[in-house]
Design a protein around this ligand. Structure first.
Ligand code: HEC
Length: 121
């Protein structure tokens, strides 16, 4: 009888651990915070960011293309920067729509532009 009781306690401790582990992970519904990355060069909005958006996004998000957010100029791109970096990383859905994801180097470039203060340079 004693053996059964302690076995019961051991089993229930495992159950408690098993119940708590997944709930600890799933509580973060928001996208994972961006790890800061090391940016070795200054990103140019006009030379790098605008052409990247133009090439990959404007068919749907250009002015008059019909999909919000409209991403056709500096103000629209900078105001939507958080949503853009999240979708580039697949949250809440991957952009460009239907994939494939942009090259890591382009995603990092966009993140560097944000870390550097979203300059209109
Ligand atoms: C083929 C069309 C298409 C392309 C190309 C495209 N998108 Fe989208 N995008 C959509 C559609 C459609 C939605 C709306 C989806 C919805 O509401 O369910 C959307 C939604 C978004 C949203 C809002 C997401 C949200 O729910 O908060 C962002 C930000 C976004 N796109 C960014 C981009 C970026 C950045 C690119 C280029 C790298 C891009 N999209 C390329 C079609 C496209």
């Amino acid at each position: 009888m004693k053996k059964t009781t302690s076995l019961f306690f051991v089993m229930s401790s495992f159950t408690v651990i098993a119940l708590f582990l997944p709930s600890g992970c799933s509580k973060a519904k928001a996208p994972a915070p961006l790890p800061q990355i090391v940016c070795t060069s200054t990103i140019s909005f006009s030379q790098q960011i605008a052409p990247m958006i133009e090439e990959n996004c404007s068919s749907c998000h250009g002015a008059g293309a019909g999909t919000t957010p409209v991403l056709s100029n500096y103000t629209e791109i900078s105001e939507n920067a958080d949503a853009i970096i999240n979708t580039l990383r697949g949250t809440p859905q991957l952009m460009p729509e239907g994939g494939p994801a942009l090259a890591d180097s382009l995603i990092q470039q966009f993140q560097c532009w944000m870390q550097q203060g979203k300059m209109n340079n």
